[in-house]
Every structure is written in C-alpha cells, then in structure tokens.
Design a protein around this ligand. Structure first.
Ligand code: CP
Ligand code: NVA
Length: 306
C-alpha cells in the first residue's frame, strides 16, 4: 500500500519523530558536504495551482540534492479540475513519475489526486492544511530548544490551513497549543475536537492574543489574508488589527521565546519589522528546514534508505 502525506495525522507520533530524525540526518550530511544520491533517476511531479517561493524551491532543490529531478507544473500547465478530471491526471502522472507534490486550492482535490495516484502524494498546501510547513516548524523548534518537552505554542491570527496543521500536530505530539483569533476566524471545530479527543495536548481557542502568548515558548503567526483571499484582504486587515506580533505582545511570553512565521510575511501587518529582525526570530531557519524536512518525508514515503 503506497502512503501519502496529505495531513500531519497521516503519520503516527512515532513516524513523525522518525521523520524528524531522518531530516536532521539528511541536513547534517548535506552541511558536511556529503552527497548520497538515493533518488537517482527518480522524478517528482510538482503541481502548483497557487504561487510559491519556499515550497517550489525547497522541493526542487531537495530532489536535486538527493540525486532526483523535479518537474514544475504551474497553474497554466495542468489546470487542476478544469482541463481534465483529477482522477485522470493522477493516473497519467503516476505512469511517469515516482512521487507527486501538489499545492491546490480545494482540499478535496488533493484527496482525490491521492486516491487515484499509484505513487505517493505530498500536500504542498491546500486551503485546509499545510503539513510540510509544520514538519519544518517542529524540526526547527527541536533544534533551537533541544527537545519538545513542556512546549507551549501560541498561534496569533487566522485559524487557517497552517493553524489546522498545527492542531493536527497537537493530535500526535504532546503540547499546549493556544490560538487567538478574531471572532469568525477560529479554526475548524472538527479539527479541534478530533485533536482534543486524542488526549495528548491542551488546545485553547481564545480571543485575546495576550492570553495565548502568556508563558509561550513559541509565538507563531501567518498572513491575515491567505492565497485566494485577496478580495478579503482589506476587510481582514481591519478585523485583525489587534493580532499583530509586536515587542509589546511578546512581553507576555517566556524569557527564551522564539518567534516563527511560515512566510511570506507582511511586515507591519501580522508582525512588526522589528520582531522579524530580532534575535528571537527564527523564521529563516524555519524556511531552510522546509527543504530538509521534505527530503525526509519523500524518503519515508518512497521507503528509501538514507
Ligand atoms: N511557507 C510557504 O509555503 O511558502 P511559499 O508559499 O512561498 O511556498
Ligand atoms: N495561510 C497562507 C500560508 C502561506 C504559506 C496561505 O495559504 O496563503
């Protein structure tokens, strides 16, 4: 049975730890100048219905570093759901390539792509989830803190795709996850309910950013208007005014807190320029780790030793 990585919860807690260890190993060897090419002659099809910097460059570079090749397919190439049926695309690409990564709007579309592909499918972001981001995030936290014990993560802003994948992670690894959102922008209640039912983590959905940040180790944010919400940007900007990560808000956090952002950031909106540039900001380590975490996810799904 081939495996996919559509949701963080597609992996068990143990598999998440194994993947993080593998990611650290791959990162170390690349930094040491070693080059193993376990993906020689293997190809990845990358389907993008939305723009990207990190996802595209990190997957393409990561494939190359492991000896493989990635094929970029932009919005005008495939036309997911428009030019031909998703199940046809899935079966055709499965005949050419060894693995598929897709960034789509509709989450149902990536599930359908995975259902009909005979090769593994990785979710490179949908409107509902962004699991690769959160694997890189937790890897970065582990590197900076040394462990994941007694972790409190405060997410300030929109209960969006990134927030949902964080909550999925809280269903697999123990943490205190607190999210503060304006009214009407809370994370999906089913996602929260399911994560709570796992009984591993404390999950708070609150209104007040200060309450969420209280004694947090990690203060995390994302853009207020996600890709595809451009028409709501002005309206959201008004509603999210009190949800900016500023020096003032960070006074509530633990002394040795870190600030994270999946990027792209809108400085002056969800985060101040000062905070982005501060010593406690680990956003670029986080961005780098997209590449290492994803290489580990690819190797795991393809069942290839490193
Ligand atoms: N964080 C992230 O997924 O970045 P891109 O949208 O640039 O890929
Ligand atoms: N929530 C953002 C994440 C970008 C990486 C979006 O979907 O645009």
């Amino acid at each position: 049975m081939k495996r996919d990585f559509i949701h963080i919860t597609d992996f068990t807690g143990e598999e998440i730890h194994q993947t993080l260890n593998l990611a650290a190993k791959v990162k170390r060897s690349i930094k040491n100048g070693e080059r193993f090419l376990p993906l020689r002659y293997k190809t990845m099809a990358m389907i993008f219905a939305k723009p990207s910097t990190r996802t595209r460059v990190s997957f393409e570079t990561g494939m190359e570093q492991l000896g493989g090749h990635a094929i970029f397919l932009g919005p005008n190439d495939i036309g997911i759901g428009k030019r031909e049926a998703i199940k046809d695309i899935a079966r055709v690409i499965s005949r050419y390539d060894d693995i598929i990564m897709a960034r789509l709007f509709d989450h149902e579309h990536i599930k359908e792509l995975a259902e009909y592909s005979s090769v593994p499918v990785i979710n490179g972001l949908t409107d509902f989830n962004h699991p690769c981001q959160i694997m890189a995030d937790i890897m970065t936290i582990q590197e900076h803190r040394g462990d994941l014990n007694d972790l409190k993560v405060a997410f300030i802003g929109d209960g969006n795709n990134v927030a949902h994948s964080w909550i999925n992670l809280a269903a697999r690894l123990s943490m205190h996850f607190a999210i503060a959102t304006p009214e009407g922008f809370e994370p999906d209640t089913e996602v929260v309910k399911k994560a709570r039912e796992e009984g591993l983590s404390k999950i708070d959905v609150v209104r007040d950013p200060e309450e969420a940040v209280e004694d947090a180790d990690i203060i995390y944010t994302d853009v207020w208007a996600s890709m595809g919400e451009e028409d709501q940007a002005a309206e959201k900007k008004k509603k999210f005014q009190n949800y900016q990560i500023s020096k003032e808000l960070l006074k509530r956090a633990k002394d040795n807190y870190y600030v994270m952002h999946c990027l792209p950031a809108h400085r002056g909106e969800e985060i101040t320029d000062k905070v982005m540039e501060s010593k406690r900001s680990i956003v670029f380590d986080e961005a780098e780790n997209r590449m290492h975490a994803q290489k580990a996810i690819i190797l795991k799904l393809m069942e290839i030793e490193y």
